[in-house]
Design a binder for this molecule. Sequence first.
Ligand code: UT7
Length: 336
Amino acid sequence: MKKTVIKATGRYLPPRLVTNQDLSQWMDTSDEWILQRTGIEKRYWIPESGGVGVSDLGLEASKIAMDRTGWSPQDIDLIIFATLSPDLFFPGSGCLLADKLGLKSTPALDIRQQCTGFLYGLTTADAYIRSSLAKRILLVGAEVHSTGLDVSTKGRDVAVIFGDGAAAVCVERMETNTDSGVLASALHADGSLSESLMTYAPASRDNPRIDEAMLREGKHYPTMDGKSIFKHAVRRLPEVAREVLEKAGLPLSAVDLFIPHQANLRINQAFAKTLDLPESKVYNNIQQYGNTTAASIPLALDEAIEKGRVGPGSTVMFLGLGAGVTWGAVLYRFAT
Ligand code: UT7
């Protein structure tokens, strides 16, 4: 049977460390508020002068993952690039990454599913592999949030949360009769909640797409109804976790480690409580990186592998909820 396995992972964070204290110099906030409400201690942002896009961060993460796998760029059949902050409105960051890898005709697909980009990306990779459309896929999640945040007090509820970063995963077909690789996935979207987390402009439905009045109003900054998103996450994450386990025919106890999207430490603690899981079974690293959206789950996976929290034979569940609103879960077992 064809199975989709993760051969190696890699992560890359830009070097500019931004602490909660740094943020409190630009807006009315405090280390105490950010820690208490989100768990975040620090995050990494690209240089203030800009000039670094998600394809640049993705390239660095990809090089590490490919090096660990022993792949050269020519081995890749498909690039899947998940981001909500593409280098450009178009073309997609997957194309830009392919160029930076020296590839001239390898297909590249961008996924705009925000916090669940990795879940949609891994499920898409699995479908390509099981239908023999591809054998080796480079899956990247990357974000540059910092250039799009309102770092004045007006934007503080959003600005303190987000971090820049990238992570890459080399995904490959394996012929096996064992129960390993991607075991099941469950994906969802509810566009009626799109306005609860969005960036309004530039928007192709407006003519012009952005103007000075919009800029003055800050329409190019993300807005979030934090409480509403929080409530949906606390409800949907346990629900989709149960759904994907049911699809795979496995009990909750079969999961060695849950690797949720890193949106808010309190959301992941509530998830653990609802499912009666010890906190040690839920991986969290939001403290170090903030919310890196499409990068957050693969970044956490890369760290969990490095720390030996997961390895051959481990069963993990990736899950998350974010803008769209989209939510989902993927159940994965490492090959032995
Ligand atoms: O990955 C994408 C998905 N996103 C999420 O999952 C985010 C989900 N939501 C959240 O994480 C939380 O709702 C937030 C962290 C965004 C906000 O936490 P909260 O506990 O819901 O706070 P709040 O929005 O109800 O605000 C409480 C107070 C308000 O002041 P008043 O009205 O009580 O006087 C805010 O103005 O905290 C104030 N506040 C801040 N104070 C200091 C909001 N942001 C800040 C800030 N620093 N950065």
